[in-house]
Design a protein around this ligand. Structure first.
Ligand code: AMP
Length: 189
């Protein structure tokens, strides 16, 4: 794992614990020598992860669409900043540059990014690991819902298991790092 793509909120959440854990993740990735790839902004948890990784001597690559340079306040202190034409190019670039994906808490954008890379894995378009860091139990109800989709016959176990959800950044990182790509038959529910 050389570079991990971190999806996260352009907000910081109500509780300071979200930012604290985002910063701890940034520091941990830098200490492990794992570069961060993210949306390139300075706002919310995005900025927090980037600043913490940079402060700990890590490499941080941002990918931001021209149109969001102002809204998300592009971070100009990064190792690299790619300014791209649109959201599609942003997501494709982030995916190409990364060896795995991790979601911190976030809103619609974060969920969309996470679900897209998960569904790409489901279709065999990539075999990179996907995880959610369950900070303050943020994703535990989503995890329950995903199990419900399996119970109800809309998702198979193998596809569900493509996403690792864990509250501990060390454990999650271990799981992502030692991920063994498994071929998925999406059509077997
Ligand atoms: P949010 O989780 O909504 O705060 O957004 C987090 C990041 O996702 C921000 O960098 C947004 O620009 C980005 N984002 C918003 N909408 C989308 C989308 N449809 N696809 C991918 N990323 C998005």
């Amino acid at each position: 794992m050389q570079r991990l793509c971190v999806f996260c909120g352009s907000s910081s959440g109500k509780e300071p614990g979200y930012a604290a854990d985002a910063a701890a993740l940034g520091t941990l990735l830098a200490e492990r020598g794992i570069g961060v790839v993210y949306g390139g902004g300075r706002v919310g948890l995005m900025g927090t992860v980037a600043d913490a990784a940079l402060a700990a001597g890590g490499e941080v690559t941002g990918v931001i669409p021209e149109q969001l340079m102002r809204a998300e306040i592009a971070h100009h202190g990064l190792t690299e900043l790619h300014v791209v034409a649109d959201m599609h190019e942003r997501k494709a670039t982030m995916a190409r540059l990364s060896d795995g994906f991790l979601a911190l808490p976030g809103g619609a954008g974060t969920l969309e990014e996470l679900f897209e890379v998960w569904t790409w894995a489901q279709l065999g378009l990539h075999t990179k690991p996907v995880g959610m860091l369950d900070v303050r139990g943020y994703y535990s109800r989503l995890a329950e819902f995903l199990d419900h989709t399996v119970t109800e016959g809309f998702l198979n176990h193998a596809t569900r298991d493509l996403v690792t959800i864990d509250p501990d950044p060390h454990t999650l990182l271990e799981a992502l790092t030692h991920h063994t790509p498994t071929p998925i038959n999406k059509w077997a529910v």
